[in-house]
Design a protein around this ligand. Structure first.
Ligand code: ADP
Ligand code: SF4
Length: 709
């Protein structure tokens, strides 16, 4: 099917009769150069951890978004040449003809639903280390990104590009454009953001050149202009050309001729691309966690672009509210609503708005576990959407559920993330579901943690599921209902899911980096004591070897209560794993604002009720801090006594039908609990123990990575 036929097919299907009148503007088509986006929902390029190694996983992930109504669906970074090699971090490539077929799987899947397919052609410049290709990284002036995080450090500094090098990169962009067209893409990107090559030419910190590509702003934009021109020249009218650009640093730079250098760059290139895709400069600010960045946080940086160019503008901001989206358009900030995380958490967000079903949007919580997947080098995982990345290999669809063939009853014990997700998914599959929760409200740990500083948005994990369960006719929900084995068995359910969570312990931490014996004293507390408001004393030490967000958040929380807080961790940073979720710099800012004293690579050895004995993890240098209390955020143990009791009390039938879920099975982050709950429920219909293994699409004969020129 041709492109225009696809678009008209989707437009023909676009029935707006159920759409709220004020939201209908979101479904207007937008002309982007020679192509037309069928609506304003634009899934911007985002890291998905899906490379040429898993082309089917990738195609199905993107197809689901097109099916859910995103008018444009983009790839993540697609390298144009082996000199842009980000390994071991995941990236895709169009290095030669061998790479076309795997991308064609994605474009065909996207086109099936009438959406446009965009490709983020990318050269990483000095920001990549070329660990596999072993080519010297390229840069305008030999200046590298000197990262502070080990995972981003490399010891190979970039070479200074000669004029011939610049011509070569332009030629590689042309060749990649040709291949992208062959793969079926409709929108082709030039990337000048996030520290990559185009951005390095724009920024005077990287660009010290004294030739026609350096110095005055007019010269610094030249490389980006030529990349756009070569892409346009090769694409002709077959595809649109988009410029993705970071404007945060440039907007802060004064200019003699323009309001800022950002205004200058957009003015100088105003009508060169068909589309402006505007963003921030670094992952922590561009993809900010909700703990520190609200919805629409980019607006103060990018709000001028539409005043300077007539070309359509797309931007992001963790938009999940259709009212906010409409406001962005009506106020002239954006033409297209960019979504990365919003589209991962709910691929069907556009269709839900179109059907007047906005209450059913599974809103992103801004936890950035999806980003952590990229840092981990694995396909995307999402806290809110357990099906993300599982569309092809497990056959999980976010909105369609296979129904149980015979009447099936399920009792879920525990109303935290795992229990709620299990109950909702089982109910959607047609089971008769009962959920029992011992406390007086739903949400488990999410309910407690979302009351801490910056964590309110995480409550959406609970709120979405409680709302969705309330819409189902086949669900009974009971709070204030602590079940023991006898009462659980009395329901006579076919399946009992035990989602009773985990409890924090007071275990210390050994020099072998293993949780050790508990520090049992009245003045030693756990996070549960913090939630219950039990922590006494003015001077408190938070000892954190959990290393994710909770230790830092608790330090912040107790400091807001007027206590003097010290924070110690055996790790190299406070809340060290929050580097993976883009939160780390802001954790430090938050703790500094609260005057929290931070001690890293520091172990807690003993506490006599007045003085905490600490020790450097590596050289055993001792230190003492006078404190009244200690909160240990370290090791968790499953709360599985009900499960154990059922093993003893149940008959043979019940023994096989009782399953542990979530933290009660294996304590983890909320994303793990939700996945566990979902997997349990899908397992009532399918064998979820098995998933398909993706393979690269390989040509009959291996092709050289370097194209002949
Ligand atoms: P998960 O992240 O695995 O969902 P949580 O700790 O968030 O775990 O939630 C577990 C929930 O189970 C809590 O809300 C807790 O009150 C509830 N719960 C624990 N034991 C029982 C029980 N015996 N009967 C009913 N609810 C229980
Ligand atoms: Fe949003 Fe978290 Fe899902 Fe990422 S993992 S899309 S931040 S809910």
């Amino acid at each position: 099917m041709g492109k225009s036929e696809n678009i008209s097919a989707l437009n023909a299907n676009t029935d707006l009769s159920d759409c709220h009148p004020s939201h209908q503007i979101l479904f207007e088509p937008v002309q982007i150069g020679p192509v037309v986006a069928p609506n304003r929902f634009y899934q911007v390029p985002h890291a998905s951890g899906m490379t040429e190694a898993n082309p089917r996983v990738r195609a199905a992930f993107r197809e689901t978004k097109a099916e859910g109504g995103w008018g444009v669906v983009s790839t993540g970074a697609v390298s144009i040449h082996p000199s842009s090699d980000d390994s071991p971090l995941p990236f895709a490539r169009l290095w030669n003809e061998a790479d076309i077929a795997s991308h064609a799987l994605s474009t065909e899947a996207i086109h099936r639903h009438g959406s446009l397919a965009a490709v983020e052609l990318w050269h990483g410049g000095a920001a990549v280390m070329n660990r596999t290709s072993r080519l010297p990284p390229l840069s305008p002036s030999g200046i590298s990104w000197a990262a502070t995080h080990v995972g981003f450090m490399g010891q190979l500094r970039p070479k200074k590009m000669t004029g011939a090098d610049i011509d070569e990169v332009l030629h590689w962009q042309r060749l990649a454009t040709r291949r992208a067209l062959d793969a079926g893409f409709d929108i082709l990107y030039v990337y000048a953001g996030m520290g990559y090559l185009g951005y390095e030419f724009l920024l005077p910190e990287y660009n010290h050149r004294d030739d026609g590509y350096g110095g005055a702003l007019e010269n610094r934009v030249r490389f980006v202009r030529e990349m756009l021109e070569v892409t346009r020249d090769e694409a002709g009218n077959r595809a649109a050309v988009a410029l993705r650009i970071s404007l945060e640093e440039l907007r802060g730079k004064a200019s003699d001729h323009y309001e800022s250098e950002a205004h200058g760059v957009v003015s100088l290139l105003s009508d060169v691309p068909d589309l402006w895709d505007v963003k921030m400069d670094s992952s922590p600010t561009d993809c900010g966690a909700s703990r520190f960045r609200p919805e629409g946080a980019h607006e103060p940086i990018i709000n001028f672009v539409k005043r300077v160019t007539d070309r359509p503008v797309v931007g992001v901001g963790r938009f999940t509210s259709p009212d906010t989206m409409v406001s962005q358009i009506r106020r002239g900030v954006l033409d297209l609503i960019g979504g990365a995380r919003a589209s991962i958490a709910d691929p069907f967000l556009p269709s839900k708005v179109r059907c007047g079903n906005s209450d059913d949007i599974r809103e992103c919580i801004g936890c950035n576990i999806c980003i952590a997947s990229w840092h981990d080098g694995v396909p995307v995982r999402c806290t809110q959407n357990a099906t993300a990345g599982e569309e092809w290999r497990r056959g999980w669809h976010p909105e369609r559920f296979r129904r149980v063939k015979t009447s099936t009853s399920v009792l879920v014990v525990g109303g935290g993330p795992a229990g709620l997700e299990a109950a909702l998914t089982a109910a959607r599959q047609g089971c008769d579901v009962t959920v029992a929760e011992q406390t007086d409200d739903w949400g488990g740990r999410v309910l407690q943690e979302s009351q801490l500083p910056g964590m309110a948005t995480w409550r959406r994990v609970r709120d979405y599921r409680v709302w969705a369960l309330s819409q189902m006719g086949n669900v009974s929900m009971y709070t204030n209902s602590e079940l023991d084995a006898e009462s659980a068995l009395s329901f006579g359910a076919d399946h009992i899911a035990i989602a009773t969570g985990a409890r924090w312990t007071k275990r210390l931490y050994s020099a072998l980096e293993i949780p050790s014996e508990p520090l049992e004293r009245a003045e030693v507390y756990t996070p549960e004591d913090v939630f219950a408001g039990h922590v006494a004393g003015d001077r408190v030490l938070v000892f954190d070897y959990d290393n994710y967000y909770l230790g830092g958040v608790i330090a912040e929380h107790l400091a807001t209560k007027g206590k003097h807080i010290s924070y110690a961790t055996p790790a190299g940073h406070a809340s060290a794993w929050t580097f993976m979720t883009n939160e780390l710099p802001f954790v430090y800012q938050a703790l500094a604002r609260r005057n929290v004293a931070i001690h890293t690579t520091t172990n807690l050895i003993a506490f006599d009720g007045q003085c905490a004995a600490l020790q450097n993890l590596f050289n055993a240098t001792p230190m003492e801090i006078a404190v009244d209390a200690i909160v240990i955020v370290g090791h968790r143990e499953p709360r599985d006594t009900l499960f154990q009791a059922l093993q003893h009390e149940g008959d043979e039938t019940h023994r096989t039908a009782v399953q542990l879920l979530g933290d009660a099975l294996a304590p983890g982050a909320i994303v793990h609990a939700v996945h566990s709950g979902h997997s349990f429920a899908r397992g009532l219909v399918d064998d979820t123990a098995i998933y398909l293994r993706d393979e690269p699409v390989v040509p009959a004969e291996p092709l050289a990575a370097f194209p002949k020129q």
